[in-house]
Design a protein around this ligand. Structure first.
Ligand SMILES: Cc1cc2nc3c(=O)[nH]c(=O)nc-3n(C[C@H](O)[C@H](O)[C@H](O)COP(=O)(O)OP(=O)(O)OC[C@H]3O[C@@H](n4cnc5c(N)ncnc54)[C@H](O)[C@@H]3O)c2cc1C
Length: 178
């Protein structure tokens, strides 16, 4: 690192150029900081480019079965959960991206009564915490998505969830940063 400092003038150095490092760099640059990203491989070459691209804003499936202490821990992230959709919309607009991005809604499905009961408790918690999900029947899901497994028993739905193509977002982030 001391050798790097001889060559690079930087006010902030970020180690790792995944989506977290790249977005942190963008935010700092908007605030006029001189930023350097140190990446051992490729920008956006790690998990950020190799994931399913799901933009999930519901609580995790198991949250319905959390005990009070686990719920307290999870609640510490509530601000992030509630703001993450807005952050994705803002990022996509900032990148001027029209491709591979939608927020048309998403489901978590249950395959048995136990999972359905957990989703029901998760939904109750979400209602208390201001996360807008709906419980939906197997028939409602299959009507909208006939290709889903017929073995599902029901699910929970969030109308604002969606998809961001990790490759496209990564490419646009690189273009903004380089
Ligand atoms: C299989 C899979 C599926 C996923 N699906 C989803 C999904 O559907 N929706 C979702 O929101 N999230 C999903 N995720 C999670 C998401 O991909 C990660 O939360 C996110 O990419 C983390 O970003 P990051 O920048 O912290 O990490 P990374 O993208 O891994 O970036 C870290 C970077 O740091 C670099 N690095 C590490 N150590 C050093 C070092 N010492 N010096 C220099 N550089 C270093 C690495 O090379 C890498 O480029 C999934 C993850 C996986 C693995």
């Amino acid at each position: 690192m001391s050798q790097l400092h001889q060559h690079i003038q930087s006010e902030v150095t970020i180690i790792g150029g995944g989506i977290v490092g790249c977005c942190t760099a963008l935010e700092l640059r908007k605030r006029n900081f001189i930023v350097t990203i140190v990446e051992k491989g490729y920008l956006n070459g790690g998990a950020s480019c190799n994931n399913a691209g799901g933009l999930y804003f519901q609580l995790q499936n198991q949250a319905g079965n959390f005990n009070e202490s686990q719920q307290r821990e999870l609640k510490k992230s509530l601000g992030l959960i509630l703001n993450s959709r807005k952050s994705w919309v803002e990022l996509n607009e900032y990148l001027n991206n029209k491709d591979g991005f939608n927020l048309n809604g998403g489901f978590i499905v249950a395959f048995n009564d136990e999972q359905a009961a957990s989703l029901k408790k998760k939904h109750k918690l979400e209602m208390e915490w201001g996360i807008n999900t709906e419980l939906v029947t197997r028939e409602e899901i299959l009507k909208l998505m006939p290709y889903v497994s017929p073995h599902i028993t029901g699910g929970s739905y969030h109308s604002g969830e969606g998809f961001a193509d990790p490759e496209i977002i990564g490419k646009k982030l690189k273009e903004k940063l380089l």
